[in-house]
Ligand binder design. Sequence first.
Ligand SMILES: [Zn+2]
Length: 181
Amino acid sequence: MMDYSRSWQELRRKQRVAWLVLPACIPVGVVADHFHSRLLFFVLGGLWCAAGLFAFGRVSAFPCPRCRKTYFIEKLRKNPSSVRCLHCGLRKEESSDVVETEWSLVQDSLPKLEWGRLRRFSDGMVEARDADGKTEWFASVKSAHAWLSEDGLVQLSSLSSSKLAAIGLLPDDLAPPNWST
Ligand SMILES: [Zn+2]
């Protein structure tokens, strides 16, 4: 099982800091009022705003421990209270593991090997990676296959060995790449 506990811990810490910055506007107001200083009010108020933007910005930029994309932002969609990654659907505080990996090749490029990959995770989500290294997430294997096939990727298991041998590819040549993620 992939352990994401450190990432979740980091997120909780960042969120706690962000929420602590909010009530700091009260002492800012009290101090400025005590000294009857408008300048002090603007200076402290400005610092408070900057600290708030920084703290909430760090939460917004939090990378999902599974897909490494921004957990709370997806293109124009932003949801800082989301409990699922807006890209891969990973639930907060949860871990996941790869339960199935399937390799594919761009058929038209053979005998040149251009790999694609599909990985199914324990929460049912499916990651597809095309030959250019672009990844997308899907709720079903079927949708992931459809996306991969748009790039001409065909499952390795569906390519017949005699056909591959005819273009000079032996089973030993077909070792999938060693992608770390
Ligand atoms: Zn994710």
